[in-house]
Design a protein around this ligand. Structure first.
Ligand SMILES: NC(=O)c1ccc[n+]([C@@H]2O[C@H](COP(=O)([O-])OP(=O)(O)OC[C@H]3O[C@@H](n4cnc5c(N)ncnc54)[C@H](OP(=O)(O)O)[C@@H]3O)[C@@H](O)[C@H]2O)c1
Length: 440
């Protein structure tokens, strides 16, 4: 091997060889030559750290490559770049920090770690002057972080709305299109391998919340952590919500929303949240079905953009990791690194202060004066009603409201009053509505 050829080889240490790690190694094996001829850099998977040396893996790996010693791998001077696809906070955090301190660029798919310790990792990478790339951490195979960081760096991004959890989108699609109940749709998602045996992180919105924090950080250059994200999941969504949404011209989606809110005479604020919402059928996000993901970006100059594709799965995620890995390897050989964002502090606007339009479905007594009592509760808290439907008789009587934009705290106060009214059997459901009369 000539000196030049030896210099073009970049030795990669991979931490973890599960769904994503194994797919990445297979992609490097398949695409290596093409990558080498296009970039002049040859990727060599030098070491792969795992927990079990005996576990069967879907890829061919020489025994000498597998190791249980992940600590040694991040300190080995013969390894140039580290890919972290173990997941979770520790030992991933410690391993990444050691790799960076040893001058090794790092590629990771770990949303949980980035959403909780992103600033610490960015600072460590910046101090070491090496890349820390994490495209796969949000929306799997969809390129969204690089576009936000590079193509849209000059754009005034106002709002991002994403369907960033494939499991919940699959469940909601089944409920909408086949009338399947929540429990049955979840069981099907588990059977197909979309949902974990313990689905809490997905269905309660934690996974989407971590991704929302990363999206907000990149889009607004602000330190946003998972704990800043308000989240509600989909486990309370019932057939009635889906049915009424459909009749009113909406579909129910779990949205991760990150917004930059102008505050007159003061610094702009960031609002980040995850909750189910009624999305108009005409909105591009409404057509995102099954386990697909999409991220809808609203910019002042560019207008609306939508990034769509596979948000999870070994191959799509491995593809995103590979893109970052090639970038990191090329940068390393050029002696440069991608510019890391400087994340400043921006105030986080609490959910109580946010504005939205709401759908409120009430199970009421069928007798005169009910509508007036309910309307008064809305009026008392300054929540104005955009549309009202009355339906059913006797025990089936119902009132369905859609409000104009209203402050969350005012809507919650209205709901508290409604719960006290004798004429209301129960508040069947309340959902935020994405509409075209949105003002902030
Ligand atoms: N799966 C997806 O669709 C997807 C999508 C986007 C992002 N991600 C992210 O990608 C990362 C990996 O996900 P995954 O689905 O590939 O996970 P996974 O299938 O559970 O694989 C984890 C791998 O890490 C290894 N491991 C665990 N602890 C270790 C340790 N202390 N030292 C060395 N190796 C260790 C495991 O070894 P053994 O094989 O020996 O048990 C396994 O190979 C996570 O951060 C996840 O959030 C995944």
């Amino acid at each position: 091997m000539t000196d030049q050829e030896a210099k073009s080889v970049v030795r990669v240490g991979v931490l973890g060889c599960g769904n994503v790690g194994a797919a990445l190694v297979a992609l490097v094996q398949e695409r290596g030559e093409e990558i080498s001829s296009r970039t002049g850099v040859t990727l060599e998977v030098a070491k792969v750290a795992v927990r079990s040396l005996t576990r069967k893996r879907p890829i061919d790996l020489d025994d000498s490559i597998l190791t249980r010693d992940s600590g040694e791998l991040v300190s080995d001077p013969s390894i140039d770049v580290i890919v972290e696809v173990i997941g979770g906070i520790e030992p991933a955090r410690e391993l990444i920090l050691t790799a960076l301190a040893n001058g090794k660029p790092v590629v990771t798919a770990n949303k949980e770690l980035l959403a909780n310790h992103g600033a610490e990792l960015f600072a460590a990478a910046s101090q070491a002057g090496v890349d820390l790339l994490f495209e796969a951490s949000v929306a799997g195979g969809i390129p969204i972080l690089r576009p936000l960081r590079e193509s849209l760096v000059g754009e005034d991004v106002r709002r991002i709305m994403g369907i960033v959890n494939g499991t919940t989108n699959f469940i909601l699609t089944r409920m909408s299109e086949q009338g399947t109940g929540y429990a049955e749709a979840l069981a099907e998602a588990q059977q197909l391998g979309y949902a974990e045996r313990d689905p809490t992180a997905d269905v309660e919105g934690y996974d989407a919340g971590a991704k929302a924090a990363i999206l907000a950080s990149l889009a607004f250059g602000a330190k946003v952590v998972a704990g800043d994200v308000y989240h509600e999941g989909i486990s309370n969504i019932g057939a009635t919500d889906i049915e009424f949404a459909d009749r009113l011209g909406y579909v129910v989606k779990l949205l991760a929303i990150a917004e930059l809110i102008e505050v007159e005479g003061s610094e702009s604020e960031v609002a980040v949240r995850v909750h189910p919402a009624m999305v108009p059928k005409s909105h591009p996000l409404a057509g995102v079905r099954d386990s697909f993901n999409a991220v809808f970006v609203e910019g002042a100059a560019v207008g609306d953009l939508m990034f769509y594709g596979r948000g999870a799965g070994g191959d799509p995620t491995g593809s995103a990791v590979l893109g970052d890995l090639v970038d990191a390897a090329v940068n390393l050989r050029k002696g440069t690194s991608a510019d890391l964002l400087t994340l400043g502090r921006k105030p986080i606007r609490p959910i109580d202060e946010l504005q939205s339009s709401y759908y409120v479905n009430l199970d009421v007594l069928d007798r005169p004066g009910v509508l007036r009592a309910v309307a008064e509760a809305f009026e008392r808290h300054g929540v104005s009603i955009r549309s009202l439907e009355q339906e059913g008789v006797g025990a089936d009587a119902r009132l369905i409201f859609i409000t104009h934009q209203a402050r969350e705290a005012d809507v919650q106060a209205t709901l508290d009053d409604l719960r006290e009214l004798e004429v209301i059997h129960q508040i069947t459901s309340v959902l935020r509505v994405i509409g075209d009369d949105e003002v902030h």
